[in-house]
Design a protein around this ligand. Structure first.
Ligand code: 8YV
Length: 315
C-alpha cells in the first residue's frame, strides 16, 4: 500500500521524482487539497530549513517519522517529537566535504577579496586604477567554532594552507593536535579567521555577539557556514560599519532568503545564498539518504541516520 507523507519545505525535483517512483503519495503542506489527508500522513519530509513545531505535530496523529534532508534540524521541535513517539532522522556525513569546501572558499574570498576583484575587472576599473592589496590566508591563524564532523573537515583543508588551527567546543578532543580555547571570546582573540561550524538552535543562538566580534578585532574575519541564528546579525552589521572587524563571509542569515539591505550594501562582505551543500552530487546523496531512512522506517528496519537525541529510542 502506498504510504502518505507530508512535505514541509520545497524539495528538489529529482527528490520529488524519486519519492514518486518509490510509490509515496506526497502531500504539500502549503497546498493541502484534501483536509482528511493530514490524518493519513505517517511521515514528514523536509530540508534543513523545515519548521516542524508542536502545533503541526498535533495536527498529524499518525506521524511516526520526521525525515530531514539536511544535517541541521534546528527547525524541528525534537523534544515534542520524542514526546509523541516520533523519530527524527537527518543526513550527516554526506555533505561534510562540500560544506568544508565552501568554508575554505569563503575564507579565501573574503581574505583575498575575490568577488570584489571580479567586480573591479568587470566594471573596467582596472584600466585606470589598481586593486588594493589584500591579506594572506596561507599561514594565518584559523579559529573553528564547533569541532564536529564539519569543523574537522575544515581543519584538514586548512592544514594544507599551513594555517595555525585552534578551536572551541564543548570539550577538547584528545585526538586533535590543534589549540583548544575554552570560550569563543578567547578563540576569537587568538585568530585572524574565525569560522562558525556549530549546530544551530537554542544553545548556540547569538553565540557570536559584541564580545566575540570585539575580540576578533579590526584585522579579523568571520565566516559563517552554520546557521544565521548563531550570529547576532544587527550587532555584526554595526561592527562591519564601524570597521570593528575586517570583514565577513556569510552563507547563512537571519530570515533568509530576505537579506538585511545594510549587509548587502557593505563592501567588506561576501554573501552566498545558503549553498554550502548545494552541489548536484551532494544533494543527490542527501536525497538518497533521506529516502533510505523513509524506506527503513516503513520496512521496520534499523534507521540509517537518526538524530543523536533519537538514537536510543529506535523502534
Ligand atoms: C540545506 C543545510 O539547507 O544540511 C543542512 O543543515 O543547511 C543544507 O544542507 C538543506 O537542508 C538542503 O536540503
Amino acid at each position: 500500500m502506498a504510504q502518505e507523507i507530508l512535505q514541509v519545505s520545497p524539495l528538489p525535483p529529482f527528490m520529488m521524482k524519486a519519492l514518486q517512483e518509490a510509490d509515496y503519495i506526497v502531500h504539500d503542506h502549503t497546498h493541502i487539497k484534501d483536509p482528511g489527508a493530514l490524518s493519513k500522513v505517517t511521515a514528514i519530509v523536509g530540508t534543513g530549513a523545515a519548521k516542524v513545531d508542536k502545533k503541526l505535530l498535533m495536527m498529524l496523529p499518525h506521524v511516526k517519522l520526521i525525515a530531514i534532508c539536511g544535517v541541521g534540524y534546528d527547525g524541528v521541535d525534537v523534544a515534542a517529537a520524542i514526546e509523541k513517539g516520533i523519530i527524527v532522522t537527518h543526513t550527516p556525513g554526506v555533505l561534510t566535504d562540500d560544506v568544508a569546501d565552501l568554508a575554505i572558499g569563503l575564507m579565501l574570498s573574503i581574505g583575498r577579496r575575490i568577488p570584489q576583484a571580479d567586480k573591479f575587472v568587470r566594471n573596467g576599473d582596472w584600466v585606470d586604477d589598481v586593486f588594493a592589496l589584500t591579506h594572506k590566508v596561507s599561514g594565518a591563524r584559523l579559529g573553528i567554532l564547533g569541532m564536529g564532523r564539519i569543523g574537522r573537515a575544515i581543519a584538514k583543508r586548512a592544514s594544507a594552507f599551513d594555517m595555525r588551527i585552534a578551536y572551541t567546543g564543548r570539550q577538547a578532543k584528545a585526538d586533535l593536535p590543534y589549540d583548544f580555547y575554552k570560550t569563543p571570546v578567547e578563540l576569537a582573540a587568538a585568530v585572524d579567521y574565525l569560522v562558525v561550524a556549530v549546530t544551530g538552535g537554542g544553545d548556540t543562538q547569538k553565540l557570536i555577539g559584541a564580545p566575540v566580534l570585539q575580540a576578533l578585532g579590526p584585522k579579523g574575519y568571520l565566516i559563517n557556514i552554520a546557521r544565521g541564528s548563531v550570529v547576532d546579525q544587527p550587532v555584526l552589521v554595526q561592527a562591519l560599519k564601524d570597521k570593528a572587524i575586517a570583514g565577513v563571509a556569510l552563507d547563512v542569515f537571519w530570515d533568509e532568503p530576505v537579506i538585511d539591505p545594510e549587509l548587502r550594501r557593505l563592501s567588506n562582505v561576501v554573501l552566498t545564498p545558503h549553498i554550502a551543500s548545494a552541489t548536484v552530487e551532494t544533494r543527490q546523496a542527501m536525497a538518497a539518504l533521506t529516502l533510505d531512512n523513509l524506506q527503513a522506517f516503513y520496512e521496520r528496519k534499523v534507521l540509517p541516520t537518526p538524530v543523536p537525541e533519537c538514537q536510543s529510542l529506535e523502534t
